[in-house]
Design a protein. Structure first.
Length: 282
């Protein structure tokens, strides 16, 4: 069903459920980062080729800031990101369908009661053509184009979204886009390896602001570009275990003020990137 090709940021609605663990050990620092993430999506068929998808996602991020910093880091040791999503999609022709998604978000250290500063709103609109199962094509493909808005980026404008997938033959496929680009090799339909480049990160409000060198830090963020290798094993057509090992090409780990301007850079040395999980997909 093509509507599960809808994507927003790191979340992919091809997954009905997913449990995932990510770890970034720092070779030149005592700092480290790990994240546990779980999500669930529930599709509701309204009528033929029209669906409503209700979803939720929770990420618990642990920042082990063991280097010496000129301020108390205990406020940033645990971050919580909670998403509630509502998506609607329908067919407009035999080849195309449209979709829209809205995602209220809580992103915070959650050391106190939730306030307006902990709340964010994300969303997007998409057009999808999915011809991966079209036997009339020599090289099946899927194309997703759209506009997304993410209030945590600090950019007050919709951003373009493009994802293009093509299955070249029985053994090779590729996907070009953001947040992930990859090239896959299929030993068979159960065992798949890939090379990939992707974007990862987080943004959260710090409920206990810090005064650093005359500036007030009110949020913490990480943005990372990573490349590496991945492996997928399909236990069934719908249950997949995956593991990725990579290395960061660029990392920005920082505290920000209320205008999203930099206040203090945390450890930004490139590091290993390890991620594994299991998912239930369409």
């Amino acid at each position: 069903m093509a509507f599960f090709a809808l994507q927003f940021a790191h979340a992919q609605l091809t997954d009905l459920a997913r449990l995932e663990y990510t770890y970034l050990p720092k070779s030149k620092s005592e700092d480290s980062f790990n994240r546990f993430r779980g999500l669930i999506n529930y599709p509701i068929k309204l009528k033929e080729d029209t669906y409503l998808v209700i979803g939720g996602e929770y990420s618990r991020i642990a920042l082990d800031l063991e280097d010496k910093y000129p301020f108390d880091t205990s406020n940033f040791k645990r971050l919580h990101i909670i998403d509630f999503s509502l998506a609607y999609t329908f067919k407009v022709s035999e080849q195309w369908r449209l979709g829209a998604k809205i995602t209220p978000r809580i992103a915070s250290t959650l050391r106190h009661e939730i306030t307006a500063n902990d709340l964010f709103l994300n969303g997007g609109v998409y057009a999808i053509t999915d011809r991966r199962d079209d036997e009339s094509l020599n090289k099946p493909y899927r194309l997703i184009i759209g506009l997304t808005y993410n209030s945590t980026t600090g950019i007050p404008l919709p951003l373009p979204f493009v994802s293009y997938f093509r299955r070249v033959n029985d053994n090779w496929s590729y996907n070009l886009g953001v947040p992930k680009t990859n090239v896959k090799y299929f030993f068979n339909e159960k065992n798949i390896i890939q090379t990939y480049a992707s974007i990862d990160g987080y943004f959260a409000n710090a409920q206990e602001a810090l005064l650093i060198d005359g500036k007030v830090a009110e949020s913490v963020s990480l943005s990372i570009i990573v490349a590496g290798l991945g492996y997928e094993h399909c236990f069934t057509d719908h249950i997949v275990w995956y593991a990725y090992a990579g290395y960061s090409l660029k990392m920005n780990n920082r505290l920000r003020d209320k205008d999203r301007e930099d206040v203090y850079n945390l450890d930004n040395d490139n590091a290993l990137y390890l991620r594994t999980g299991i998912k239930l997909k369409i």
